[in-house]
Design a binder for this molecule. Structure first.
Ligand code: S3P
Length: 442
């Protein structure tokens, strides 16, 4: 979806990072706010929406299926929904660009409507596994015709009425959970998702906020049973999207590793299913303080201040992984500059994100002088003890926004800076990233 020509950029330290910044709206919440508003009857308003390429792909798809979606100002959007059951047959293939969340959640919505849709995407998305949503959605009666390996391009033939399912998640995935719940919206009866390992709960919070009958029960083993009563009616909402804690992690790690820095990121979402990165950085000795804690749009929010810190290596417990799954790339950067060894495990899922993040982070960090061992399910990193890394290398971002931003951050504490071969993927989630870094460096 972004421009075909790669745009290289170099990142080096210009001294301490200082100032107060706001990061764009939460990507997960932005996608869901457009999807649910597009299924409500009447007009919803969203403010603070992330206007990145991934979310714009969701907006375009919902328009192609009948919703009216207009931008009324910066981050301000107005949506007229079609009502649950009212999605129209899209006339063209739905181009999901780089966005796995758009693809998997929309596959769920289409599955229980009497329409069919073809999903296409960029080279990164076309490598990612869709079998994990095809499997539960097939149980509803929907039909799928996917490319080899359960990949895009793929066609979904939805069914109405669909059969309600009770599905136990075999992987800790908020996208799979959400796809099944969204299919349940237009399905008679009760759709159930059984979640042994908790993942981000934005879908549950927002479905309840839109007035659906949703219950969550946690059993003695800590497994969550999420039940949604189908043929739901969604009431239009006014939604304020908090800042994305995944995006905030980049300036925060940049401040922690750059001597003399003090950076505040305001209005950051602090949903406990998302804040593992901050807990782990604190366990490494990061100086983080939280102010102005409040609830915005049903989600906890705070201002976070990070000061340059002497970080120490830690062992990251694998059960923390789902609450920091997108932050491992930049966490590995922090670990590569800490004192001592950081060990991570249980991270097989990182191999099927926008890129193989274990392989690319290991290779990139080694190329700039870090001591990294790549294991099947994690990295073991021996940090530099705060000393800048050598740097000087050119890193391939491989259509992965978080790889690009992680090495831009690493460049802040390298003797010879870091070049990223293509920073254009950053526009999928954080269009203002480079401007923000430049502002903090002044
Ligand atoms: C997301 C869930 C996570 C995350 C992705 C966004 C979501 O993926 O990595 O960036 O919005 O539901 P998985 O559910 O595949 O772990």
């Amino acid at each position: 979806m972004h421009s075909a020509s790669p745009r290289p950029a170099s990142f080096a330290s210009h001294g301490p990072l200082r100032g107060s910044v706001k990061v764009p709206g939460d990507k997960s919440i932005s996608h869901r706010s457009l999807m649910l508003s597009a299924l409500a009857v009447g007009e919803s308003r969203v403010s603070g929406l992330l206007e990145g390429e991934d979310v714009l792909a969701t907006a375009a798809a919902m328009r192609a299926m009948g919703a009216t979606i207009e931008r009324t100002g910066e981050g301000e959007w107005r949506i007229h929904g079609v009502g649950v059951g009212g999605l129209l047959q899209p006339q063209n293939a739905l181009d999901m660009g780089n966005s796995g969340t758009s693809t998997r959640l929309l596959m769920g919505l289409v599955a229980s409507h009497a329409i069919s849709a073809t999903f296409i995407g960029d080279a990164s998305l076309s490598k990612r596994p869709m079998g994990r949503v095809i499997e539960p959605l097939s149980l509803t009666g929907a039909e799928f015709n996917a490319s080899p390996g359960g990949r895009l391009p793929l066609m979904v033939r939805g069914i109405c009425p669909a059969v309600p399912v009770s599905y136990r998640l075999p992987v800790a995935s908020a996208q799979v959970k959400s796809a099944v719940l969204l299919a349940g919206l237009n399905t008679p009866g009760i759709t159930e998702v059984i979640e042994p390992v908790p993942t981000r709960d934005h879908s549950e919070r927002m479905l309840a906020g839109f007035g659906t009958k949703l219950s969550i029960e946690t059993d003695a083993q800590g497994t969550r049973h999420i039940r949604l009563v189908g043929e739901a009616e969604l009431k239009p909402q006014t939604i304020e999207v908090p800042g994305d804690p995944s995006s905030a992690a980049f300036p925060i790690v940049a401040a922690l590793i750059t001597p003399g820095s003090e950076v505040t990121v305001t209005h950051v979402g602090m949903n406990p299913t998302r804040t593992g990165i901050y807990k782990m950085l604190e366990a490494m000795g990061a100086d983080l303080t939280y102010a102005n804690e409040r609830i915005v749009g049903g989600e906890p929010v705070a201002d976070i201040t990070a000061r340059h810190s002497a970080l120490k290596g830690i062992e990251v417990p694998p059960d923390v992984a789902p609450s920091m799954i997108d932050e491992f790339p930049v966490f590995f950067v922090a670990a590569s500059m800490a004192q001592g060894r950081t060990t991570t495990s249980g991270l097989d899922e990182l191999r099927v994100k926008e890129s193989d993040r274990l392989a690319l982070m290991a290779a990139g960090l080694k190329a700039i002088g870090a001591a990294v061992e790549e294991r099947a399910d994690g990295l073991v990193i021996d940090g530099s003890g705060g000393e800048p890394l050598e740097g000087g290398a050119t890193i391939a971002s491989a259509l992965d926004h978080r790889i690009a931003m992680s090495f831009a951050v690493a460049g802040q504490n390298c003797y010879n800076g870091v070049t990223v071969d293509d920073v254009s993927p950053i526009a999928t989630s954080f269009p203002t990233f480079e401007a923000m870094l430049a502002e903090l460096a002044q």
